[in-house]
Design a binder for this molecule. Structure first.
Ligand code: PRP
Ligand code: URA
Length: 210
């Protein structure tokens, strides 16, 4: 079985992503848009979370109503660019705990190199969202998910802004149990492993490092 791929075609998400793609969009706007899209994506992703009935006393009457139930949520940005997705999600889910995985893609081999991993102590009890704006070859996301699984965590979803078909295939092959949520599925990778048309280097555009 392959992990399901969910593509968000919400007009607000598509509009904001189009502005992010534009080479003339600067760091400040890029950062704000990534934050907003991440929040909108997680609103959609959490649509089917379980709820349970509770009773509350309003100023007028006692009533039965619903609150979130089941596993709490953890979010795990892949450094660096995944950091840009954290705040928007935490604004909607303030109790989400945050783990960090430091990986960079060697520009020559395109292989992921790990430099940091710190997960919440109770990560195995949580629904975990792995965050990275770009799913290119899929090497970084696949390695990150493997690290997380080594720590006995198995309720994992991957959240990307833009994916290439190669990255989707890689995750479906390496981690068929993982659902993938993307705002756009682009055409291909170029010879440098960049997504075409994509948006360029997400980390550099987010942090203004180039
Ligand atoms: C980018 C991006 C992903 C990775 C995707 O990070 O944020 O982590 O590349 O490529 P892949 O699917 O082929 O592995 P990069 O390595 O540039 O590091 P950075 O976020 O620190 O800039
Ligand atoms: N990493 C990026 O930041 N952009 C790409 O297009 C591919 C990998």
């Amino acid at each position: 079985m392959e992990g399901r791929v969910h593509i968000f075609d919400h007009p607000l998400i598509q509009h904001k992503l189009s502005i992010m793609r534009d080479v003339n969009t600067g760091t400040k706007e890029f950062r704000e848009l990534l934050d907003e899209i991440s929040m909108l994506m997680v609103y959609e992703i959490t649509r089917d979370l379980p709820t349970e009935e509770i009773e509350v006393e309003t100023p007028v009457a006692r009533m039965k109503t619903r609150v979130l139930a089941g596993r709490p949520i953890g979010i795990i940005p892949i450094l660096r660019a995944g950091l840009g997705m954290v705040d928007g999600i935490q604004r909607l889910i303030p109790n989400a705990k945050v783990g960090h995985i430091g990986l960079y893609r060697d520009p020559l081999t395109l292989q992921p190199v790990e430099y940091y991993c710190k997960l919440p102590a109770d990560a195995e009890q949580r629904f975990l969202f792995v965050l990275d704006p770009m799913l290119a070859t899929g090497g970084s996301a696949s390695a990150a998910i493997s690290f997380i699984k080594q720590r006995n965590c198995h309720n994992i979803s991957l959240v990307n802004l833009i994916a290439a078909p190669e990255g989707i295939k890689r995750i479906q092959n390496d981690h068929p149990d993982v659902d993938i949520y993307v705002a756009a599925l682009d055409e291909k990778l170029n010879e440098h492993g960049y997504i075409v048309p994509g948006l360029g280097d997400a980390g550099d555009r987010l942090f203004g490092t180039k």
